[in-house]
Design a protein around this ligand. Structure first.
Ligand code: PLP
Length: 646
C-alpha cells in the first residue's frame, strides 16, 4: 500500500507533483511538469523541447475541437523507432554478434494510417518493415513495401486468398514472409505456387516453445498457446519440406511469448530455446536466415513496481541484450552462422505517443448534507451516531468500524421502510454515516494503513469525465490494466481531493478506480477541486498501443477526435497541430448498427405530423422540433460541455 495523507503539505512544488504521479517511473523521460504546473511532453526525449500539453488542449479548443480527444505526438514515434534500433545496435556490438537486427512494426498495435506512415518514415534508415495478422491488415500493408529490403511478416491463420496475396508480394520482388501457424498451411502454400515458378516460395514457421511468457498476456506463448507448431509438428513439416520437389525457402523461425512480458529472464530463456531449434534446422540443411522474436517488449505502466500487474523488470537495452546474447551464444556454440534478428515490438514503439485528454464535468462528494438550515426531528438513531463519533476518536482498533457503519446504514433503511424514520431524517442519517466513514478513514491514515487503504475507494469523490472507458481504455475494463493518469494543469497546487473517474456510459464498469502506485494498488487519485467556469483536464497516458483500435461501441460512444502534434521550435510553444481527425458523429456510429437518418427522420416526421394533426402541437413548432432532430445526426457522441444552459 502506498502511504496516503489528507494533510495539506506546507510546501508544494512541481517536482512534488512529478513524484506524486510517479512520472519518473512510467514516463521514460518523455513527460514532466513545467514550471507553470502543466504537463510537458518531450517527444524528442530529454534534450528536446517540452511541449505544454495544456497549451495544446487550449489550442485545440480554439480550433473548435471538443473533448475527449486523443493527442498524438508524432515525433515520439520517431524517437521510439530510433531508440529500439539503437538498443539492438548496441547489444549487437557489445555481444560481438555477426548479423544485424531488422525490425517490423506489428500494425495490430495501432493501424491508423498516419501512425504507420510515421513509423515507416522513422524506420527508413533501418529497413524497418511491417507485421500483419489478418486479411485486412495484409491488404493495407502490402503496398507499403516500397523497397525490397523491408520485411512484411504475416502471422495468424491464413486462407487461400491471403496466401495468394502473400505469394503475389514475393513475385513482386518483396521480402514477404508468410509464417506457417498450422502444418496444413504448408500444403496451402505449395498448392498456390505456380508450376512454372522457379524462385523458391519463402515462408517462416512459428514454433511453440516451452518457455512461457509472464504477465497479463502469458497465454499467448508456451505449449498451451493457440498459435504455432509444437516441436513434433515442426519435425513433420520439415519432413514434408524435404520431400517436396517444389522449390521452397524456409527462411524464418518465429516465436512469440505474449505482449508486455514481465520478466527478461523469460525472454532470455525463450531466445535460447528458439536458437537451439534454429541451429538444428540449419544443420539439417534448411536455408534459414532469420529468427523472429515476436512482440512482448514491455512498457512500464506501473510506478516502478516490477511485481505489479503490468510491471516489467527490464529496460529496452536489457531486452535487446537478452535476445542478442542468447541467440549469439547458442549459434556460436553450435557452429552455425548468426541469424538476422527480427523483433515485432509494437507496444514499446507506439504506447508513449498518445495521450487521451478528458474533461472532468463534475465532482460528486458522497453523502452531501441535506439543504442548509435543515434539522431533522430527534431520533435515537442520531444518539447512536453521536456515540459512534466518540468511539472513532477513542478506539485503537479501527478495522471493525467500516462494517459497523455498514450495519448502521442497513438499520437506517430498515427504520425508513418501517415508517419509523422520515425522508428528511433518513437523508440526514445517511449524511452523518458518510461523515463518520470519512472520519474513520482520516484517522486510519495516521494509525491503520490497511483500513485506510480499504476505505480509500469508498470515500473518494466521483469525478464525472467526458469519455467512455469501453471505447478509449478497453484494457482497463477488460483485463484491469492500470494506466498512468494525472491532471494536465494546476500541478503547482496541491491536489487536495481524492477521486475516482466515472465515465458517461450507463454501466457500473465504466469507471477508473485503480491507479498506479509503488505498491500496485491505489483506489483513489489525487485531484483538484473543480472551479466554477474553469475546465479541468485529466490525461490518460501511454494510450498509443492497442487502446484506440480495440475500443468498443458500448452505449454508442464513437471514436474520439484526434490531433497530430509536431515539434517545431520556430512556432510559439515549440509545436504545431498538423492535423485534426474528427471523431465519429452520431450518424457515423448509428450507421454501424444499421440506423440511418432517412429512416429515423421519416419515423420522427410521422410522430410530429400526428401531433400537429391532433392540434397538440403548432405546425411551426413541429418544424422546429424536426429541424432539431435532423441536426442531431451531426453531433459528437460525447457531451458538449461548452453549451450554455438556457
Ligand atoms: N507479434 C505477434 C505475433 C503478436 O501476437 C503481438 C501481440 O501480442 C505482437 C507481435 C506485438 O506485441 P507487442 O505489442 O507486445 O510488442
Amino acid at each position: 500500500m502506498e502511504p496516503q495523507t489528507l494533510a495539506i503539505p506546507d510546501t508544494w512544488t512541481v517536482q512534488d507533483a512529478e513524484r506524486l504521479y510517479h512520472m519518473d517511473a512510467w514516463g521514460s523521460h518523455y513527460f514532466c511538469v513545467t514550471d507553470t504546473g502543466h504537463v510537458g511532453v518531450k517527444p524528442q526525449g530529454t534534450n528536446g523541447p517540452a511541449i505544454d500539453l495544456h497549451a495544446v488542449v487550449e489550442a485545440l479548443k480554439e480550433r473548435g475541437v471538443r473533448l475527449p480527444a486523443l493527442v498524438r505526438f508524432q515525433d515520439l514515434l520517431h524517437t521510439r523507432v530510433e531508440r529500439l534500433h539503437e538498443a539492438f545496435r548496441r547489444a549487437i556490438a557489445d555481444a560481438g554478434y555477426t548479423a544485424r537486427y531488422q525490425g517490423v512494426f506489428p500494425v495490430k498495435v495501432n493501424q491508423l494510417r498516419e501512425v504507420v506512415e510515421e513509423i515507416l518514415e522513422a524506420g527508413r534508415p533501418f529497413d524497418y518493415g511491417l507485421e500483419c495478422g489478418s486479411k485486412a491488415e495484409l491488404i493495407a500493408t502490402l503496398p507499403y513495401l516500397t523497397d525490397e529490403k523491408m520485411l512484411l511478416i504475416c502471422n495468424g491463420y491464413k486462407d487461400a486468398d491471403m496466401m495468394r496475396l502473400l505469394l503475389a508480394g514475393q513475385r513482386l520482388g518483396r521480402n514477404v514472409i508468410p509464417v506457417i501457424e498450422r502444418v496444413e498451411e504448408l500444403d496451402l502454400l505449395c498448392s498456390l505456387v505456380p508450376d512454372d515458378q522457379t524462385t523458391p516460395a519463402a515462408f517462416g514457421v512459428r514454433v511453440r516453445l516451452s518457455t512461457n511468457g509472464s504477465g497479463l498476456w502469458a497465454e499467448s506463448g508456451g505449449e498451451g498457446s493457440k498459435f504455432g507448431l509444437s516441436l513434433a509438428e515442426l519435425l513433420h513439416l520439415v519432413d514434408q519440406v524435404e520431400a517436396r520437389t517444389q522449390p521452397l525457402d524456409f527462411r524464418l523461425l518465429h516465436f512469440h511469448l505474449g505482449s508486455q512480458l514481465a520478466s527478461v529472464e523469460n525472454v532470455r530463456l525463450a531466445a535460447y530455446e528458439a536458437a537451439r531449434v534454429y541451429a538444428y534446422l540449419y544443420k539439417r540443411g534448411l536455408p534459414l536466415q532469420y529468427i523472429d522474436a515476436g512482440g512482448g517488449l514491455g512498457v512500464t505502466y506501473e510506478a516502478g513496481n516490477t511485481n505489479a500487474r503490468a510491471g516489467i523488470d527490464y529496460t529496452l537495452g536489457q531486452y535487446a541484450a537478452a535476445v542478442v546474447e542468447s541467440i549469439g551464444q547458442v549459434c556460436t556454440d553450435e557452429g552455425v552462422p548468426h541469424p538476422i534478428i527480427i523483433s515485432e515490438s509494437g507496444r514499446a514503439v507506439a504506447a508513449y505517443h498518445s495521450v487521451l485528454v478528458v474533461e472532468a464535468l463534475d465532482r460528486r462528494e458522497k453523502g452531501l448534507p441535506p439543504s442548509q438550515g435543515f434539522h431533522a426531528a430527534a431520533h435515537p438513531l442520531f444518539d447512536m451516531l453521536d456515540a459512534f463519533e466518540q468511539h472513532i476518536a477513542e478506539t485503537d482498533d479501527l478495522s471493525a468500524l467500516p462494517a459497523e457503519l455498514e450495519t448502521l446504514r442497513h438499520e437506517t433503511t430498515a427504520l425508513f421502510r418501517a415508517a419509523q424514520l422520515g425522508v428528511e431524517q433518513k437523508a440526514l442519517a445517511e449524511h452523518r454515516i458518510w461523515e463518520l466513514l470519512r472520519a474513520v478513514h482520516a484517522r486510519a491514515l495516521d494509525v491503520d494503513a490497511s483500513t485506510a487503504h480499504s476505505l480509500s475507494r469508498q470515500v473518494a469523490d466521483h469525478y464525472l469525465c467526458d469519455f467512455s472507458v469501453f471505447r478509449s481504455m478497453v484494457d482497463h475494463w477488460a483485463i484491469g490494466q492500470r494506466f498512468p493518469i494525472m491532471p494536465l494543469h494546476r500541478l503547482d497546487e496541491y491536489p487536495e481531493r481524492r477521486g475516482t473517474l466515472v465515465d458517461l456510459t450507463c454501466d457500473s464498469d465504466g469507471k477508473v478506480a485503480d491507479f498506479i502506485s509503488t505498491t500496485g494498488a491505489k483506489h483513489a487519485l489525487e485531484l483538484h477541486d473543480l472551479r466554477p467556469g474553469q475546465p479541468y483536464y485529466i490525461g490518460v497516458f501511454l494510450m498509443g498501443a492497442y487502446q484506440d483500435i480495440m475500443g468498443d461501441m458500448h452505449n454508442l460512444f464513437g471514436r474520439v477526435t484526434e490531433a497530430h502534434v509536431y515539434v517545431d521550435d520556430e512556432e510559439p510553444g515549440d509545436f504545431y497541430i498538423e492535423k485534426v481527425i474528427d471523431g465519429q458523429t452520431v450518424e457515423d456510429i448509428l450507421g454501424l448498427v444499421q440506423y440511418f437518418p432517412n429512416d429515423l427522420e421519416r419515423r420522427m416526421d410521422k410522430i410530429v405530423r400526428a401531433e400537429v394533426r391532433s392540434g397538440r402541437l403548432r405546425p411551426r413548432e413541429g418544424v422546429q422540433l424536426l429541424d432539431l432532430y435532423r441536426g442531431a445526426f451531426r453531433y459528437y457522441t460525447y457531451l458538449d460541455n461548452e453549451q450554455e444552459i438556457r
